[in-house]
Design a protein around this ligand. Sequence first.
Ligand SMILES: [Zn+2]
Ligand SMILES: [Zn+2]
Length: 169
Amino acid sequence: MNIDLNSFEREKAIDETLQMGGVDLGLANARVGSAIRLDGKAVKSAGVIALTGRLSGSVELDCDRCLEPVERPLDIELDLEFVPNQRLADKANVELHPDDLKRDEIDGSEIDLVDIAREQILLDLPHQFFCMDDCKGLCEKCGANLNLKVCDCEDNEIDPRWAGLQNLN
Ligand SMILES: [Zn+2]
Ligand SMILES: [Zn+2]
């Protein structure tokens, strides 16, 4: 789904459902939900395209502790600016405005919304994700999901790292 920047004079409302089922986030532990909604607008001003709005939908993340996949709702506020790279090239002899460096360049006259959504979703992902705050994770010995069952491994053996401490008692 692309926005053709030549298709509007000044402002274009965007109300799209992006089909992202086949989009790869490039991460083993995260998958994007199939339909991501983009609600917002693109505004052209002095050669800069501002894209504001909201991305909503969901991503499926694997819990860092128990590895179970969990659906995580997305609600990302967009406040982006794009500069056609031709404009930057035109300004090669002019001093670049510092703001230009913070803006994303785009090739040609289209903005690829799926590409933008993918990038924003990646930026929004937490560094760590747990299915619940007190997820018990997997047993290191037998691999059992300790949220679902209690295995016998832990009680029977003392981690060698703690064995020394126990002698202090
Ligand atoms: Zn978990
Ligand atoms: Zn176990």
